[in-house]
Write a protein that binds this ligand. Structure first.
Ligand SMILES: [Ca+2]
Length: 120
């Protein structure tokens, strides 16, 4: 009896760990990005609405009803090229260059309106 109680206690202890593991799996889904693309996300940490680019978008206001216009907070550049993010459409305004292979938080949070492959 004493042994069975111990096993039950361990099982109860492990249960929250399993739940946490499920949470980690959801976290691992963040930063989804097709190889060789520049991916940008609405939320920090590579989560939320995502755009995957090979070259450019001149006005995020016209992409998917503007769902990512002035919304991008993070990205993952899986391409071999730098990408330039602009706070205004038509590749104007303040800018941020995402280096090949880099990922993480972007400055100008919730401001980007156009993106183009190449150095800023
Ligand atoms: Ca903007």
């Amino acid at each position: 009896m004493k042994i069975r109680r111990t096993v039950a206690a361990i099982a109860a202890t492990l249960l929250p760990v399993v739940t946490a593991g499920t949470g980690q799996a959801a976290g691992a889904a963040a930063y989804e990005c097709t190889a060789n693309h520049m991916c940008a996300y609405a939320w920090p940490g590579g989560d939320g609405e995502r755009i995957e680019l090979l070259f450019a978008v001149e006005d995020l206001g016209t992409w998917k009803g503007g769902v990512l216009n002035d919304q991008i907070s993070s990205g993952w550049n899986r391409s071999p090229f730098p990408f330039c993010f602009y706070v205004d459409s038509q590749y104007r305004g303040e800018r941020y260059q995402s280096a090949p292979g880099s990922s993480g938080w972007f400055p100008h949070n919730d401001a980007y309106s156009s993106i183009k492959r190449g150095s800023c």
